[in-house]
Design a protein around this ligand. Structure first.
Ligand code: SF4
Length: 117
């Protein structure tokens, strides 16, 4: 398995008319790295759903609610968001096992060749 993040290279993906994922916002007021992170099971695994991703769970800390911040930049510079993207980057560059579980689930692919461009 390798990681092919659909939120990377957005411009290139648009030009090729291929799939891309961009930031989203949940209906309870949180910034999301993509719409896939909006699933209840990813956000609140304590509710007993099947998925668990500590990185996504951390993005739903009350302090990260959009209404509790002055800007989107302030949210993106939080420890929780930096940790999320560091794990995503490491999963992409080194081994998928380092990536957040959310990203492994949706953007992990078998038998594909990673582009080096
Ligand atoms: S699941 Fe992860 S890697 Fe895939 S688009 Fe969403 S944030 Fe990016």
């Amino acid at each position: 398995m390798k990681l092919y993040p659909e939120c990377f290279d957005i411009k290139e993906r648009r030009e090729k008319h291929s799939a891309s994922k961009e930031f989203g916002m949940s209906n309870d007021g949180y910034l999301l790295p993509c719409c896939w992170a909006d699933g209840e099971s990813w956000k609140r695994p304590e509710n007993g759903h099947g998925h668990k991703c500590d990185y996504v769970h951390a993005l739903h800390d009350e302090e990260l609610k959009i209404e509790n911040n002055e800007s989107i930049e302030e949210i993106l510079l939080s420890d929780q968001w930096i940790n999320f993207y560091q794990a995503l980057e490491r999963g992409y560059k080194e081994d998928i096992s380092y990536a957040p579980k959310l990203c492994q689930y949706y953007c992990g692919k078998k038998n594909a060749t990673k582009s080096t461009t």
